[in-house]
Ligand binder design. Sequence first.
Ligand code: ZN
Length: 127
Amino acid sequence: MHELSIAHSLIETVEAALTDKPDLRVTAVNLQLGVLSGVEADSLRFCFDIATADTRLVGAKLVIETVPARAFCPVCDRDVSPAAPHWYRCPECGGSCGKLSAGRDLQIASVEVLDPNEETIDEAPLA
Ligand SMILES: [Zn+2]
């Protein structure tokens, strides 16, 4: 299952980033998901809940922010947001756009962690 292996790799990424902070509890993972990533948000959320069960991310919420497609239209001379089903056509003028500059994203924007010693919730960028 595609989404399940993605869920596992998200968990691995977070665990790797927090190896030196074993006390922190992860409460949420904020993910940016492009509309063209081919990943179904509901399915990924479901798989994430299963995959986190026996990891330190247990109980963490997967918060998915959908990233719209973006491409540069040479006619309009600016970035536009193509939409289904014309991913390579400008929605303003109908001209053809080049490469999409966004829309295939699948990346963790940040994680929210709880420090049980201080009982505070922090938002940490994961880069
Ligand atoms: Zn245009």
